[in-house]
Design a protein around this ligand. Sequence first.
Ligand SMILES: [Zn+2]
Ligand SMILES: [Zn+2]
Ligand SMILES: [Zn+2]
Length: 279
Amino acid sequence: MITAILLGNAQDAGVPQAGCGCENCRAAWAAPARRKWVAALGVLDAEAGEWFLVDATPDFREQLHYMQAQAGNARLAGILITHAHMGHYTGLIHLGYEAMAARALPLYGTRRLLEFLQAHAPWRQLVEMSNVALRELLPGEWHALTPRLAVMPLRVPHRDEWSDTVGFVVRGPSRQLLYLPDIDGWAQWERRVEDVATGVDVALLDGSFFSPDELPERDVSQIGHPLVTDTAARLAGLAADIRFVHLNHSNPLHRPGPEREWLEAQGFKVGEKGERWEL
Ligand SMILES: [Zn+2]
Ligand SMILES: [Zn+2]
Ligand SMILES: [Zn+2]
């Protein structure tokens, strides 16, 4: 049995965001229960006694602790990284000399991501001190992590300053889950999201921004993420289990209200920390 557990649903900067006093952040500063960890996924193979972390976020400490409580005697057996933006890899800092001093923990990513980590401090030190052991993943190919668990990276268009960007299809013995926290837009993708979402059992998709109204001072076409309203229109009526994750701190879907009610009336959900799927 493979269990995937969602470890957070916020965009890279989390909720509350540093220095922010927007409605969601004010509520989260006032009530710690309303804080949101940055999006990440834990994948447990209890039989193998191993679990894997997808993305090492700025909330790595808490997410590791939370996941270990779910994982029983299983040990962290590897970390998979989608891309080199702040919310997805900077938690790796905790593997190093000043902190956990991990020993050859497998670190999975595309060639360009691994080359970035090898070339730049402080990440380079994790490699030089063998805190991590780099394992290259080829987009579009299945990679076995345990006898029952495999992952396939799917390359997606994104602003790729330091690395390319992938989402992951996670495959257990009976079901598949897609984890795709960042993409510039569905139209720019070589795949049809309609096909990808219906080809898996659960799809966790980029829900960074709800609508153009959310950012009155920004040009929506420059945001570099699909709007939830557009994604919902594109995927309406499909027989697919779709959850939105990676919500920006400004996103009204972080709180109960008309936007969330609208989303659920369309047949979609917000992915919440602690949700789990047997794969
Ligand atoms: Zn992100
Ligand atoms: Zn805010
Ligand atoms: Zn990104």
